[in-house]
Write a protein that binds this ligand. Structure first.
Ligand code: ZN
Length: 370
């Protein structure tokens, strides 16, 4: 792995993360391909829209179709026809949030599959083994993510357990040489716990660092407060990834605070539920006021959807439950996210990120396309 910072503007950084399977321009947005597909999109389209890397999900893939089947068919990249880098999450977040009954111990988490109720056990060692079997490029430590409602004592316990699991994840990771490993900071919205988490992760030493346990229901101001006191405590020469974030305005705010990588289901999920995201805020295509509107979603957008289709058509295909509705809206949303990242990178290069963000927030709040 090679991570080069090409420029800075305040705490924001523009750079390149170079991995065996390709170069990732940072700040980067990773589309989410939960079950080995970015829903409604062909891999070549995801690439053409500007994604250098996507995220896949250990929890979902271990349950169905299973990591060994994928490995026998040549690994995850070949299986899903995506040649560029893939980051896999560890499954830690999903076993707690998606599975039925789960039981946590120091050893790991026992849980029942949300698909067929079958019992599984996931530990730091097993999570890392699965991610390696899949052939992941960026492997995440198995962590324990406390819910936003948890009391501080419970958040502290989760953070401490995450550190022990991070150490075990690294020991397992080092047994064979493949991919790179990121550590995950926990600690909720508590500065002292976040500080302790970073300090102990730095002692273990990782190739990149993630901020976990945010975007779990806390207000944006709380998230930014954590980043204000956190982001610049990670080493300058390593990538920083804010997990599961976020809305366009979350991303701009987090880049201003020193974050380099993001992932979120929002552009793809919204694409399937009738919401377009744009530089002028979200557009709800379900709304009947679009029924006879011949304008594109966003007249300033140059994506395939905006160049070729009216709001009237998009409203019609959504209302009719046509598959093309999900394709066209997801296309626009992913294009918009990658354009956003491109604009952010250029603004940092030109040391104009503050000016860019002021204009960005003004347009987002104008909502004049709604
Ligand atoms: Zn568009």
């Amino acid at each position: 792995m090679n991570f080069k910072i090409k420029g800075t503007d305040g705490k924001a950084r523009v750079g390149e993360l170079i991995l065996k399977r390709g170069l990732i321009k940072t700040p980067a947005f990773m589309p989410v391909g939960t079950a080995a597909t970015v829903k409604a999109m062909l891999p070549e389209n995801v690439k053409a829209l500007g994604a250098d890397i996507i995220l896949c999900n250990t929890y979902h893939l271990m349950l169905r179709p299973g990591e060994n089947l994928i490995n026998n068919l040549g690994g995850l990249h070949k299986f899903m026809n995506w040649e560029r880098p893939i980051l896999t999450d560890s499954g830690g977040f999903q076993v707690m949030s998606l599975s039925g009954l789960s039981r946590k111990s120091e050893e790991g988490v026992e849980f029942r599959s949300h698909i067929d109720g079958k019992k599984y056990f996931l530990s730091p060692e097993y999570s890392i083994k699965i991610q390696k079997t899949l052939g992941s490029d960026i492997i995440m430590c198995f962590d324990d993510c406390a819910s936003f409602q948890s009391k501080k004592n419970d958040v502290a316990d989760s953070m401490k357990r995450s550190i022990k699991w991070a150490l075990r994840s690294k020991e397992e990771f080092e047994l064979t040489n493949s991919g790179i490993l990121f550590g995950i900071q926990q600690g909720g919205i508590h500065k002292d716990l976040r500080d302790e988490s970073i300090k102990r992760l730095l002692d273990i030493d990782f190739q990149g660092y993630a901020v976990g346990g945010l975007a779990v229901g806390e207000p944006q101001a709380e998230m930014f407060k954590v980043l204000d006191s956190t982001a610049d405590k990670f080493p300058n020469n390593k990538p920083r990834y804010l997990m599961g974030v976020g809305k366009p305005d979350d991303i701009v705010g987090a880049v201003l605070r020193g974050i380099d990588m993001f992932d979120c289901v929002l552009p793809t999920r919204s694409g399937r539920t009738g919401q377009a995201l744009s530089r002028r805020g979200p557009i709800n295509i379900k709304n009947s006021k679009h029924k006879k509107n011949s304008s594109p979603l966003d007249p300033d957008c140059n994506c395939y959807t905006c160049l070729n289709y009216s709001r009237s058509y998009l409203h019609h295909v959504f209302k009719s439950g046509e598959i093309i509705s999900a394709i066209l809206l997801t296309w626009h949303n992913l294009y918009y996210y990658q354009e956003l990242m491109n604009d952010i990178r250029n603004a940092i290069k030109n040391k104009k990120l503050i000016e860019y963000s002021k204009e960005f927030y003004k347009l987002q709040n104008s909502r004049d396309l709604l």
